[in-house]
Design a protein around this ligand. Structure first.
Ligand code: DGY
Length: 313
């Protein structure tokens, strides 16, 4: 008998085909009456496939007594109650390895664009009066600057690899020290003080809410650049906006926002801010690989093989 799998969010067509072929796929995402659907099918569900922005909490888990695994097609799983999963011995997998390269690329693109003020430069040319604007302010080069990475997981390590090509010195903060070729700072304010550019790439959720606080932003300083490719919730946006407005922080380059799918309009009003609509993993290859990894993890679980990208709970 095919294992019953509850779907909370649709996947790419190639993954949908595999799921429909190999599993008894239960489309909660399409159900008109969620309660009635769960009454009917919940007891049989052995797995959930979903994206990390769909809520998984005790209320849902109580309806799924046979649940063994949640396989997530995103890196982030901010809307999951991970303690509730751990208490019930439910395994969790995510898609970090499938998007690490793309998110790392995005982080370095934003770092370089923000540092060299590409958005302001673009506006000069578009203004139609390049000559009338005088000389674009000279910037210091990237080579020799210090890049601080907040979160040295799979993606953080890819960012560190790419950063080497720009000739920057890499430092990092992580909850624990890692075996990587970069300078470790156990204190985040210390890291910010030592950095010219700070790239944030930790998981979202309550545990990291406002990790990038006013003191961290102040330590980065008036020449500093903050890049966020993690989650909007990780940065205290009020403190960030104040620091950008009063010049105690030099610039920001943001792919993620606390109020997605909107960004605080005060960001758009500042020339020293580079904005992007959560595009870190947004390539065809990456989104295909993320969906495929979600199904690969499911296949591994039901075949009794090691999971490919399990999250330690
Ligand atoms: C992720 O996978 O968490 C990316 O941010 C895309 O949602």
């Amino acid at each position: 008998m095919k294992p019953s799998v509850l779907m909370l969010a649709p996947a790419r067509p190639s993954a949908m085909e595999r799921l429909a072929r190999d599993y008894d796929l239960l489309r909660l995402d399409e159900a008109e009456d969620r309660d009635a659907f769960l009454d009917r099918h919940g007891a049989a569900c052995r797995a959930i496939v979903t994206h990390g922005h769909k809520t998984i909490d005790d209320a849902l888990l109580d309806r799924l007594p046979a649940l063994e695994i949640v396989s997530c097609s995103s890196a982030g799983y901010d809307a999951f109650d991970v303690d509730a999963l751990a208490r019930r011995d439910i395994r969790l997998t995510n898609a970090s390895p499938a998007l690490a390269q793309e998110v790392a690329d995005m982080a370095m693109l934003l770092a370089a664009a923000g540092w060299r003020r590409l958005v302001e430069a673009d506006a000069w040319v578009r203004s139609g009066d390049w000559a009338g604007q005088g000389e674009f302010p000279l910037r210091r080069g990237l080579r020799g600057r210090t890049l601080g990475i907040v979160g040295m997981g799979t993606i953080g390590q890819r960012i560190a690899d790419l950063a080497g090509a720009f000739g920057v010195n890499v430092a990092y903060w992580n909850r624990s020290e890692r075996q990587v070729d970069a300078v470790y700072h156990a204190d985040l304010v210390d890291l910010a003080r030592a950095s010219d550019i700070l790239i944030v790439i930790v998981a979202g959720g309550e545990g990291t809410r406002h990790l990038i606080s006013a003191p961290v932003i102040a330590a980065l300083g008036p020449e500093g650049l903050l890049v966020n490719v993690a989650r909007g919730s990780v940065v205290d946006e009020e403190a960030l906006i104040t620091a950008l407005q009063d010049g105690t922080l030099g610039a920001a380059a943001l792919d993620v926002f606390a109020s997605e799918p909107e960004a605080d309009p005060r960001f758009a009003a500042m020339a020293n801010v580079t904005l992007s609509p959560h595009l870190g993993s947004a390539t065809v290859e990456s989104r295909e690989a993320m969906s495929a990894l979600m199904v690969d993890n499911l296949d591994a679980h039901f075949a009794g093989r090691p999971l490919l990208s399990e999250v330690a709970l």
